[in-house]
Design a protein around this ligand. Structure first.
Ligand SMILES: Nc1ncnc2c1ncn2[C@@H]1O[C@H](COP(=O)(O)OP(=O)(O)OP(=O)(O)O)[C@@H](O)[C@H]1O
Ligand SMILES: [Mg+2]
Length: 311
């Protein structure tokens, strides 16, 4: 559905996007994850043809964006990071305005507006000026504008930043439903790990304009030596036994502190229970254990050495 081939974007001397190649398949929910200034919005602007790449090519539905953007624009819905709405106009009038930009008119425009009001859950706010809506509701109208066209490809640039949990939940569920029910391809840009983790099967992690990881969460995990953490408490165990922990298959690193052992483990070929059995077979008497699967947050930390957000 979308293909980026060695795409680079420079703003004068500054390179905001560096040689990025990736591919999003039809019907996929794809996450674009990166911290502030990573280059996410620049990528979205290039996909939406607002910006031209300095080098490289982008194709949507096998058609190069440099060719006939008009035809391609018809199948894309872009939700920009900054709100692009008329504050003085009502929710309904905003949607109708964007619908008319896509060439809808008359009864088709009216019925599509009703459908979209329903999708974004703002039917009862149809006649209220956008300026009077909450931040989260404005975001939903912003998404609605991109949906007027019933796009095959929906690109959302950080649609949930700074909004209330209820609207956030509504947006995530709506995006998921659009993908599941209508097969809409979704590109979801965020710096919220948990959102991408919840919503997307595959993801790209970008940092300082470069692609640093690409694949499913499971694939990304496989590329790292150890991903999960296993911490155990023990009551008995001699030093020789404790020294052998790192020899257990699946254990990459073991740190003993008092009666507490932290281990980095990769459970690709073995289960946690196998590892726990091996520890006990060394003569270490366990009193408890905790296993934590790696999440995207710790994945990012391992790859870049930096946390995604400072919170
Ligand atoms: N018009 C511009 N001229 C010069 N530099 C720019 C311009 N637009 C963006 N940049 C720079 O390019 C880099 C990437 O910006 P971009 O907005 O794409 O990041 P982002 O990943 O969307 O960040 P955020 O999460 O804060 O939205 C930043 O360092 C930014 O300052
Ligand atoms: Mg941005």
């Amino acid at each position: 559905m979308l293909e980026l081939n060695h795409v680079t974007k420079k703003y004068k001397d500054f390179t905001a996007v560096k040689d990025i190649s990736l591919n999003v398949k039809s019907g996929e929910r794809f996450g674009l994850l990166g911290p502030n200034g990573a280059g996410k919005s620049t990528m979205v602007s290039m996909i939406s043809t607002v910006l031209r790449p300095t080098a490289g090519t982008i194709t949507v539905d096998h058609k190069p964006l440099s060719g006939k953007p008009r035809e391609i624009k018809k199948i894309m819905g872009i939700v920009p990071q900054d709100l692009a709405l008329y504050q003085a106009l009502s929710t309904k009038d905003n949607l109708e305005f964007f619908g008319s930009l896509y060439g809808l008119y008359g009864s088709r425009l009216k019925s599509r507006t009703e459908e979209v009001l329903d999708i974004i859950g703002l039917k009862e706010r149809r006649n209220q000026a956008v300026s009077e809506l909450s931040g989260g509701m404005k975001r939903r109208v912003n998404i609605g504008a991109a949906l007027m066209n019933d796009p095959k490809l929906l690109v959302l640039d950080e649609p949930t930043v700074g909004i209330d949990p209820q609207s956030r939940h509504h947006i995530l569920e709506t995006v998921k439903k659009l993908n599941q029910d209508r097969g809409m391809t979704v590109i979801y840009t965020s710096h919220y790990m948990e959102e991408v983790e919840y919503l997307c099967k595959r993801l790209a992690i970008i940092d300082h304009g470069s692609l640093i990881a690409l694949g499913s969460k499971e694939e990304l995990k496989l590329n790292l030596k150890a991903c999960d953490t296993l911490t155990v408490d023990y009551s008995e165990g001699n030093e020789a036994a404790l020294g052998q922990l790192e020899q257990i298959s699946g254990v990459t690193k073991a740190t003993v502190e008092g009666k507490h052992i932290s281990m980095l483990v990769s459970t690709g070929e073995r289960s946690v229970i196998d590892i726990v059995d091996d520890i006990r077979n060394l003569g270490i008497r366990l009193t408890g254990f905790k296993y934590e699967e790696m999440n995207l947050e710790s994945l990012f930390l391992q790859i870049t050495g930096k946390a995604l957000r400072e919170e």
